[in-house]
Ligand binder design. Sequence first.
Ligand code: SF4
Length: 118
Amino acid sequence: MIKEMTCVACPLGCQLTVELNDKNEVLSVTGNTCKRGEQYAHDECTNPVRMLTTTIKVNGGSLPVIPVKTSAPIPKGKMFDCMKVINSEVVDAPIKMGEVLISNICDTGVDIVATNEM
Ligand code: SF4
């Protein structure tokens, strides 16, 4: 099977062509300009991960929500569960930038941190 994808490891956005066997194992990667593209293709085909950026409701702040992000990429398949947890949370102001608001979300080993202060 052939899979086409865009490498997002840097702004160049190389168009990758990935050849997979029946077990979804990567046989070859072409179109990448550097080694990171090959790694990206492997990760994307075996365990795709994404950074999650969103907001959390705030109690007692100057605004009703604060922007947050994951401290590291999380498995794409856990995005929905993580959003359910984040949407059910209300955090108390004051909040410092970089403060961990939810630790080890959905047992990913990744924290949800504030990207602003309030
Ligand atoms: S293959 Fe390399 S140069 Fe191309 S987008 Fe990915 S990281 Fe950037």
